[in-house]
Design a protein around this ligand. Structure first.
Ligand code: CNA
Length: 250
């Protein structure tokens, strides 16, 4: 009888020596942060215009749309908790089953859940800097300015930009992420439509087995995808962690 995907994944994880995951906005939708391209995503709802808010050329011309988004994001931040998936990935790393998380997310939830080896290729809100004098600001400085409904300005009057990677800027941790992918004997692609480069190119470098878990089919088409599971990500990880119970407690 063919094994179910959860049993198969548990066996793959047990046998793997170098498991790596690539995550996208889909791992955080259950925390209440909308993704871009899912059914309630920002591209679909047009609540914000991601082409304006995350585009560096646009930001330099007019930072207001980004700061309107930042106000909503930072207001939510205190209430947002990591999901079952974030905690499962932290537990897998802690028990030696997972080498690293490569993420496209900017929400910092992997770190909040306890993951240590996190390559946040698109940066995060934790630090910001002035685009004119390069002065560095921490999260609480940014939060105070943003929650006053302000575009964050430096004492030198330059505009402050959080260290998240906008469209048109270089990603962070690319060499490290590439090396992790190139050494992976097991690679999970989780909650991402895998269309934003260069993160989307990482699966191509994986010599080992690839497992995709997403609500819906994504366009990845590679010989080494051995499982493509269409599921809610937390439902999948809750079942997987139940199967691995006793092996991931530390
Ligand atoms: P995306 O293109 O919006 O894709 C997300 C994918 O996840 C879609 O295919 C959804 O169907 C799927 N999905 C959504 N919820 C679930 C769920 N609960 N279970 C299973 N699958 C689900 O987002 P990508 O990450 O692929 O695109 C990369 C962009 C999105 C990066 O630049 C990010 O910075 C940006 N982004 C990040 C966040 C965040 O930090 N939480 C939020 C929104 C956008």
């Amino acid at each position: 009888m063919p094994k179910d995907p959860i049993t198969q994944c548990a066996e793959l994880i047990r046998r793997s020596r170098h498991t790596v995951v690539l995550t996208g906005a889909g791992v955080s939708t259950n925390a209440g942060i909308p993704d871009f391209r899912g059914p309630q995503g920002l591209y679909t709802s047009r609540l914000y215009d991601p082409e304006k808010i995350f585009d560096i050329t646009y930001f330099l011309k007019d930072p207001k749309p980004f700061y309107e988004f930042a106000y909503d994001f930072i207001s939510l931040e205190a209430k947002i908790r990591p999901t079952a998936t974030h905690y499962a990935l932290a537990a897998l790393e802690n028990s030696g089953h997972l080498k690293a998380v490569i993420t496209q997310n900017i929400d910092g939830l992997h770190q909040k859940a306890g993951s240590k080896n996190v390559m946040d290729m698109h940066g995060n809100f934790l630090a910001s800097h002035c685009l004119k004098c390069r002065k560095i600001y921490d999260y609480s400085d940014l939060k105070t300015m943003v929650l006053r409904h302000q575009i964050a300005h430096c004492s030198c009057r330059g505009i402050i930009k959080p260290d998240i990677v906008f469209f048109g800027e270089d990603v962070k941790y690319y060499p490290q992420s590439l090396e992790l992918a190139q050494n992976a004997d097991l690679f999970f692609v989780l909650g991402t439509s895998c269309v934003v480069y260069p993160a989307a190119s990482l699966p191509q470098f994986v010599p080992g087995k690839i497992v995709v878990v997403n609500h819906s089919k994504i366009g990845l088409n590679m010989y080494n995808i051995i499982l493509e599971v269409e599921s809610d990500i937390d439902t999948f990880f809750n079942k997987l962690m139940t199967t691995l119970k006793g092996e991931t407690d530390r």
